[in-house]
Design a protein around this ligand. Sequence first.
Ligand code: FE2
Length: 198
Amino acid sequence: MIPTREDCLRLMVQYGMLEHIIDHSTAVARVALFLSIKLNRKGQRIDLPLVEAAALLHDLTKTECLRTKEDHALTGSRLLKEIGYERIGDVVAEHIHLSKEMDPSLVSEEEVVNYADKRVRHDRIVSLEERFEDLKGRYGKSERALELLEGLRRATFEVERKIFSILKTDPDHLQDHLFEAGNGRRNGASGGKSFLRD
Ligand SMILES: [Fe+2]
């Protein structure tokens, strides 16, 4: 079962997501959906409604976790499964770390949402390098944390290589392509809540 955009917006409000996290999530959804549509045109079989809903809801419990210090990928996944969204829960569980072995030729919904989240800083499209510099500044408070971030950085570059070798384009052109497709602002991707009303 996949909720509509309107259902997702209701859940975002119901679970008290902070405004800037909603903006971030709508931007991630734009990027994830855009990449998925392009990938499907190249023969991939990505479930588009699943990607969109999972991207919109990937940080559903983050606001609360800022206070509780829980793992929001885990609590978000658990909550979504409890309310009947099993597959969305699977995708949300993987939005920070991908736990499964990567198929060399197939892009999963988990990978595309995970990757899109790494290309959006707040509500702006950035390179992976810029996003990881941002993450290091915020979370790299110990040697161990820095090591984990480095592992995550390498894994994300692998996903990027796979996605863009299928698309036969350069990751740096993502923002221009989104802009041309009318899906983003030149300096941002979310367009605020209007995305949810499209
Ligand atoms: Fe997150």
